[in-house]
Design a protein around this ligand. Structure first.
Ligand code: KG4
Ligand code: ZN
Length: 358
């Protein structure tokens, strides 16, 4: 026990700097009272996140972002009762900015600190908008760095049902978007282009679906997007050979529609398998890719009668500090505290995650 132990469910400050969003939030009870998300658009012209630029931008912005969130909530720093901060996974330089800022704040004001796992935070984004949502549920977490299927019997107790064996789904969206000549981040660009296109004109594989139909097979609930990404690149390469960049651009909407459909087919099929296997009547989505409306719509359609599908509102699906504050509040209420020597960890283990035992 340290002097930082008191927590009486007063305002919780959440801080998120794991990638390229600088964000701070104030949660009072389950009410989101202040929330600021500052996205860094400096990365667009590089076609991806530049870690050093991200870390420097966080450093420049963090004080103002926190001040704004506090002002929006009408809460002064000394009214904050506990601080939650993303400790990993993420870019080490970016994580360190938020973590060190939060440690300084906790130490100076003598408040409890809690390190938060970024992907657990994506799951809790659902609770920010709908605090009444309770386990058991299956969770599909799809971001730029992770693709996971979980079974939660309780908050904080998770079973890993499946994960990607190579690229994360968001990463595949971003890389394929670049091959097709779209901007960064690729997910929203592909979704937009796909609305003008038609899946099926080009044909891409649905990885790890057809040959892995048996629940005992370790590939039954796992994902792989690297081959799909390569297939998409080859397709774009062939079109380029035939008609140059103009041919790739003309085919853009149909390419985007087929790629999106291939990804959604896989995500929907695996989630349905997980629902049937666990008997859960609820599915929670999380992570940036859960903003994709084709994914949301197809899941809702194909799980109708089997499970309710919940997704965070778009602003809470991509990186934000509200979800971090929400995990922090839950864990602080449970009596957990992090030491002030807590370190940022790009491979931070998912708390309470047990291997697949279903
Ligand atoms: O969760 P997030 O904000 O950051 C990480 O933790 O990685 O997710 C970012 C990812 C990016 O790969 C981005 O392309 C993808 O989410 N994304 C989308 C959409 N919006 C964002 N992917 C597909 N469709 C979207 N509408
Ligand atoms: Zn994220």
């Amino acid at each position: 026990m340290t002097e930082f132990d008191d927590f009486a469910d007063g305002p919780v400050l959440g801080v998120e700097t794991s990638c390229d969003e600088t964000s701070a939030a104030v949660l009072i009870g389950s009410h989101l009272a202040g929330h600021v998300i500052l996205s860094q658009d400096a990365h667009e012209r590089f076609g991806g996140i530049v870690p050093e630029i991200a870390a420097r931008a966080h450093l420049r912005q963090i004080d103002d972002v926190v001040s704004e969130a506090l002002a929006e909530a009408g809460v002064s720093p000394d009214e904050i009762d506990g601080v939650g901060v993303t400790a990993g996974p993420g870019l080490i330089g970016a994580l360190l900015v938020g973590l060190n800022w939060a440690k300084g704040f906790a130490y100076a004001l003598n408040r409890p600190l809690i390190g938060v796992h970024h992907m657990e935070a994506h799951l809790y984004a659902n609770s920010v908008a709908a605090p009444e949502v309770e386990p058991p549920f299956v969770a599909l977490l799809v971001s730029g760095g992770h693709t996971m299927l979980l079974h939660a019997r309780e908050w904080g107790e998770y079973e890993l049902l499946g994960e990607t064996r190579d690229d994360a789904v968001g990463e595949a969206f971003d890389k394929v978007a670049r091959t097709f000549g779209f901007g960064f981040p690729g997910g929203p660009e592909i979704e937009l282009a796909a609305r003008r296109g038609r899946p099926g004109r080009f044909r891409l594989p649905r990885p790890m679906l057809s040959s892995t139909d048996h629940p005992g097979d370790p590939a039954y609930l796992d994902f792989s997007f690297s081959g799909l990404k390569t297939a998409a690149a080859l397709l774009a390469g062939e079109l380029h050979e035939q008609g140059g960049q103009a041919a790739v651009e003309r085919a853009g909407p149909d390419l985007a529609a087929e790629f999106q459909e291939a990804v959604v087919d896989v995500l929907v099929a695996k989630t349905k398998r997980a629902v049937k296997l666990t008997g859960c009547g609820r599915v929670l989505l999380g992570g940036g890719v859960s903003r994709n409306s084709r994914l949301r719509d197809r899941l809702a359609e194909e799980l109708a009668g089997l499970a309710d599908v919940q997704a965070p509102p778009p602003r809470l699906a991509t990186d934000n500090a509200a979800m971090v504050a929400c995990v922090a509040r839950y864990r602080l209420l449970a009596g957990e505290r992090s030491d002030l020597n807590l370190n940022a960890d790009p491979a931070y283990p998912f708390p309470g995650l047990a291997p697949n035992i279903t």
